[in-house]
Design a protein around this ligand. Structure first.
Ligand code: GLN
Length: 196
């Protein structure tokens, strides 16, 4: 299986390493020809507005959107979660998304006080100890449609907010498993979404 990691901006190298540790030969991709060849795609954390602008500038936006719509297994973390959403509550001017999960996300949702924090999460489908969620100016899922499964949530200021979701072949986390050395989310993506 050929898993591409979108390498326009962000922490794509860390995702590549995590995939490698799961026994998958990932490949950094940034051209239409490379993206057309992969069986699955990881969209890294970084800055969703920048990744969006670069995807547009390099004529990749429609291609990636279409491949996701056609059922390519896709995993987006943080900025990647924003990019696989249907819509953004507070988009930057002109910012669009590839789509993939019927949800609306809020960028930088946790606000200035807690822009970056870590918390242990129960992640549905991952066994063993809780998963350490590393949140860096992270989004949360504001609302979602019937076909969306919530895999993990964060409780903050009296509200519960989904921070890991899947729908069909698309997985999204608001946090960064690729920065933890714990590869269980990547393994979950490969075993549950790519291979099935
Ligand atoms: N706040 C960033 C954005 O809007 C995401 C941050 C991240 O990926 N760590 O894209």
């Amino acid at each position: 299986m050929n898993v591409g990691v979108l390498a326009l901006q962000g922490d794509f190298r860390e995702h590549l390493l995590a995939l490698g540790e799961c026994g998958v030969s990932g490949k950094l991709v940034k051209t239409a020809a490379e993206i057309a060849q992969v069986d699955a795609l990881v969209i890294p954390g970084g800055e969703s507005t920048t990744i969006y602008k670069l995807a547009k500038a390099f004529d990749l936006f429609e291609l990636i959107s279409k491949r996701i719509a056609d059922g390519m297994p896709t995993y987006g973390s943080c900025a990647g979660m924003i990019l696989v959403s249907k819509s953004i509550v507070d988009p930057a001017s002109g910012q669009e998304t590839f789509g993939g999960i019927d949800m609306q996300v809020r960028r930088n949702a946790f606000g200035r006080q807690t822009e970056s924090f870590e918390v242990d999460l129960d992640f549905k489908g991952i066994t063993g100890k809780q998963f350490r969620g590393v949140f860096i100016r992270a989004p949360w899922v504001e609302s979602y449609g019937a076909g969306v499964e919530v895999l993990a949530s964060v409780e903050i200021a009296g509200g519960t907010h989904p921070v890991a979701v899947s729908s069909g072949k698309v997985l999204a986390t608001a946090f960064h498993p690729e920065l933890t050395g714990d590869n269980r989310v990547h393994r979950f993506f490969i075993e549950e979404l790519c291979k099935k």
